[in-house]
Design a protein around this ligand. Structure first.
Ligand SMILES: [Zn+2]
Length: 154
């Protein structure tokens, strides 16, 4: 952590203790360069992801929508629900760790297809076929609508 007084990056932690009812860690730091003392706080950062559509429109990321589109493409497939949950959590973690809160909708589709391809070919094909037609529309809601399995599979 860079010293706010002299810019020295080699500062030392003198003391760490829980703060804000254990929601944060408070650290007292010391700068050997200038003798300055300062405090930092460490907190959990839950990223607020924003989906960027092809049109440039921004929309708050909605895990529920993602989940619905994946569950629909997996309907009647012999996949355990826990496995699907794990896959969805994995996808969200990947999105969160991409290093940017802005995620193109295209990228989300690609990650979903990658994940589906590893788990179930039929679900992958369903998702991918809709995804291709979908790129122009670029709207998760209509995407989910189109993903309904054909009547013959009901
Ligand atoms: Zn300093």
């Amino acid at each position: 952590m860079r010293c706010p007084f002299c810019g020295n990056v080699d500062t030392q932690v003198k003391d760490s203790r829980p703060a804000e009812d254990h929601a944060a860690i408070r650290r007292r730091r010391f700068c050997p360069g200038c003798g300055g003392r300062f405090t930092t706080y460490e907190r959990v950062q839950l990223r607020d992801l924003v989906v960027i559509k092809t049109s440039g429109k921004r929309e708050e990321f909605d895990r529920g929508k993602l989940e619905r589109s994946i569950r629909i493409s997996m309907q009647k497939r012999p996949i355990e629900p826990e496995r699907i949950d794990q896959m969805i959590s994995g996808i969200v973690r990947r999105l969160e760790s991409m290093g940017d809160t802005d995620v193109p909708s295209k990228k989300i589709g690609e990650i979903v297809m990658e994940s589906l391809a590893r788990i179930d070919t039929v679900a992958y094909v369903r998702f991918a076929s809709v995804y291709k037609n979908f790129q122009a529309a670029d709207d998760f809601e209509s995407f989910v609508h189109e993903l309904r399995p054909p009547a013959s599979e009901q």
